[in-house]
Design a protein around this ligand. Structure first.
Ligand SMILES: [Zn+2]
Length: 335
């Protein structure tokens, strides 16, 4: 039996059609990344992974993190699951940093992971483990590449009068108060919408900057300095509980807000305080005014953001992606 040229062309066309439809089908199976839904929208309240999967060690379970290429001083949002609520898990990292409270909702686990500004660029890992290091098994793991980041060095002098009357004991007491305030946290997110800027102004010192003051050994800048005129109102970037509102030697008038899960924001050198310890502040509420109390030479706000005790880049908090973690009100709706 012989095939005519018309028949051969038809066979080729069918083959091309089959290959093409396979690729069309693939596109249906692999969805494009979903944009972050508007806060409070119906979509935001559904518990769905919003970003593409970066690591997968099991055919069903996924470990997702954001940003994909973090830098020293960044924090990452981690989502893992589905995990049975009955299984106790821990999250482990092999780079200097800290891990927030693990927040579990709808079979998924969320965490905020701080990468210390002292971290050397390189390849690291995130591990979700059932049980603990001694007795347990790894459920999920992901490789993380931490990029290089250059931090500026600056040198300046401070008049000795700024530290007059300071004692080592008082400084140690203040450090302990700050440590406790940052440790005191609700285990779930208190934020409800995107974080907003607490103060508009000129950034006079970057986060992580290496600073040499009065020939002292170099120290890292744990926050950002925003300079404006004295008396300008400072607002809460999001909802939270005030864990500290008082005068500290170095920080001057200081406010620390707990936003839940171990994420806190700190405001130093205020002219006056507008909130009290234990108070719930809403996003946009005035917490104080810009001043130059404590270890400061001019009116500015020292704004710091911590995961546990580890300071991270505050500017990253204004990144909408933090909303990836469903706020606690979603939990209330589900339960
Ligand atoms: Zn500062």
């Amino acid at each position: 039996m012989k095939f005519g040229p018309a028949f051969k062309v038809m066979i080729i066309l069918i083959a091309v059609f089959l290959v093409a439809s396979f690729f069309f089908l693939l596109e249906d199976i692999v969805p494009a990344s979903t944009p972050v839904p508007a806060p409070g929208s119906e979509q935001a309240q559904k518990i769905i992974p919003l970003f593409p999967v970066f690591a997968e060690t099991d055919s069903e379970k996924e470990l997702i993190f954001y940003p994909q290429l973090p830098a020293p001083g960044d924090f990452m949002i981690v989502e893992a699951g589905p995990l049975s609520d009955e299984v106790e898990v821990e999250l482990a990292i092999d780079f200097p940093g800290s891990i927030s409270h693990l927040y579990r909702l709808g079979g998924l686990l969320y965490a905020v992971v701080a990468i210390s500004y002292n971290t050397e660029p390189g390849s690291y890992s995130l591990i979700i483990r059932a049980g603990n290091e001694e007795q347990g098994s790894d459920i999920l793991s992901a490789d993380i590449l931490i990029s290089d980041k250059e931090f500026l060095t600056s040198q300046f002098s401070m008049p000795a009068s700024r530290t007059e009357g300071w004692t080592a004991e008082r400084l140690a007491e203040d450090r302990e108060k700050v440590r406790l305030a940052r440790e005191t946290t609700e285990p779930y997110p208190l934020w409800t919408e995107r974080f907003i800027n607490p103060l508009e102004g000129r950034i006079t010192s970057e986060y992580g900057a290496i600073r040499i003051i009065n020939q002292n050994p170099p120290r890292r800048h744990s926050g950002i300095d925003i300079a404006t005129e004295e008396g300008e109102p400072i607002i809460a970037p999001n909802r939270g509980v005030v864990r500290l509102s008082e005068f500290l030697l170095s920080g001057g008038y200081t406010v620390i807000i707990d936003h839940g899960m171990g994420l806190s924001s700190t405001y130093m050198h205020l002219h006056e305080l507008a909130v009290k310890t234990g108070e719930v502040v809403e996003r946009g509420e005035k917490i104080g005014t810009v001043g130059m109390t404590g270890y400061a030479t001019g009116p500015h706000l020292h704004w710091e953001v911590n995961i546990g005790q580890v300071p991270v880049n505050p500017e990253q908090l204004l990144d909408n992606e933090l909303l990836w973690i469903p706020p606690a009100y979603v939990m209330q709706k589900i339960n």
